[in-house]
Design a protein around this ligand. Sequence first.
Ligand SMILES: C[S@@+](CC[C@H](N)C(=O)[O-])C[C@H]1O[C@@H](n2cnc3c(N)ncnc32)[C@H](O)[C@@H]1O
Length: 245
Amino acid sequence: MAEGSGRDKKGSSGRSYRSKAGLTRQPKKMRGRKPSSQRWLTRQLNDPFVAEAKKKGYRSRAAIKLEQMDGKHKFLKPHMRVVDLGCAPGGWLQYVARECRLDAGKGCLVGIDLLETDPVSGADIMVGDINEEGVLEEVATRIGGKADAVLSDMAAATTGHRQTDHLRTMALLELALDFAGQILQPGGLFLAKAFRGGADANFMKLLNERFEKVRYLKPDASRAESVETYLLATGFQPPENDETG
Ligand SMILES: C[S@@+](CC[C@H](N)C(=O)[O-])C[C@H]1O[C@@H](n2cnc3c(N)ncnc32)[C@H](O)[C@@H]1O
């Protein structure tokens, strides 16, 4: 069943999104498309968060997830220095640039992705792999030292093989934490995409050692049937032997 077809979910505005007649809208021109592509198109057409993102001028539906998480937990503040890992096509950048009031010339936002991202006012965008040598140093130079927040919505291209996709996402999560551990200033925050029940005990132990508070978040815009979830860790405490500062 396509998402939204029979349920009465709510958009982040709190409005019910099911059509008045309760019907699922079907895309035109379905002929010749693979069933998986047909399902994706139908879901997009009926997804209230796709519509909400479009209405708000966001480039991605993902921006609604960040808006919902920040709306509830209020972790982004004006003039913060923020790093966005896996920033393309730029929805999170748009939200952060606005919430952190970067147009006022204070604060800083650096985004990085394997893919090109169209410019976003207030953001400094790089193309690169966060796993590559020299990338961390380049981001640190651009941010002007240490960051107040590291956000990661990084996701690997899905294979359809559940376990493989899971392992890839977890590998990106570990990379993101490693990156954050080197660039965050004391008290900083880390928000990253994870898989429900996915982070292993060692990873959670490390996260809990490095941060004062760790929470799992599941914004409404993250599909209920998806194992996707987010980890929000606040109050970064660098290891005592840290000499990078
Ligand atoms: C879900 S998208 C991010 C959407 C983004 N938050 C937005 O709102 O527009 C995930 C991104 O992670 C990027 N990514 C995956 N692995 C990466 C890596 N090793 N380094 C940099 N970016 C990576 C992908 O290229 C992809 O664009």
